[in-house]
Design a protein around this ligand. Structure first.
Ligand SMILES: Nc1nc2c(ncn2[C@@H]2O[C@H](COP(=O)(O)OP(=O)(O)O)[C@@H](O)[C@H]2O)c(=O)[nH]1
Ligand SMILES: [Mg+2]
Length: 210
């Protein structure tokens, strides 16, 4: 659910990068933060509760007036992947507009991917949100490693719900697929917002973010 500030004519969209521990969520955010000019982005902030770390920053898209009359901005969050931080993940998912599920492509991580995806579904359901009703996509990360599962296998594992969602292969540490992912996600969120508010989609640029 996007946050609209009518007084300031601002809309904020919240994107959460979700996935198992060490899959590359933080790396995605670091790459994006590093590539956006300082004038268009906020500080990278660590929201810490005791031992876990949640990263956050916001930024303006390339064309900030995508929604007529409003400045839109995107807020990016990562969650700590370890099982024990379930409560933090639930908190971070509150009022989310879109989820990038980052899966680790290594064969030995397939079970963790599936568990984390189920954890996402459950945590959203606890907030009465069905994953099938919000924009989300899959990023298959670490494609540079030699022990990776084929993308079609990962698709078979993780992309079996009502509607098939977009996927993107990536090597986040080399910034491959990182902005492609973000642009797809941003466009999905904007499309959902415009549909909800009966607005025309015509003037959404191809590359929203970079
Ligand atoms: N080989 C490889 N390593 C990656 C890739 N993306 C991230 N990493 C590394 O994986 C480790 C965990 O990444 P991090 O972003 O902290 O994972 P997080 O726990 O999901 O936030 C770090 O050492 C990253 O440099 C990738 O595409 N390929
Ligand atoms: Mg992290």
């Amino acid at each position: 659910m996007s946050f609209i500030n009518f007084a300031r004519k601002e809309i904020a969209f919240k994107i959460v990068y979700y996935g198992p521990a060490l899959c590359g969520k933080t790396t995605n955010l670091e790459q994006i933060h590093a590539a956006i000019v300082p004038e268009s982005r906020g500080e990278m902030t660590v929201l810490s509760t005791q031992a876990d770390r949640t990263l956050f920053f916001d930024f303006l898209p390339l064309k900030s007036e995508i929604i007529k009359g409003f400045t839109s901005k995107f807020q990016l969050y990562t969650v700590p992947g370890q099982t024990i931080y379930r409560e933090t993940r639930k908190l971070v998912l509150r009022n989310v507009d879109g989820v990038v599920f980052v899966a680790d492509s290594q064969w030995e991580k397939m079970e963790e991917n599936a568990e984390s995806f189920q954890d996402l579904i459950d945590n959203l359901a606890e907030q009465s949100v069905s994953i099938d009703k919000i924009p989300y996509m899959l990023q298959f990360n670490k494609r540079d490693l030699s022990n990776v599962a084929p993308a079609h296998y990962m698709d078979f594992m993780l992309n079996q719900r009502e509607t098939r969602v977009p996927t993107m292969e990536s090597v986040a540490c080399n910034c491959l697929g990182v902005f492609e992912t973000l642009n797809i996600m941003a466009k999905m969120i904007l499309a959902a917002f415009m549909k909800e508010n009966n607005m025309a989609m015509a003037d959404v640029p191809d590359d929203v973010c970079l």
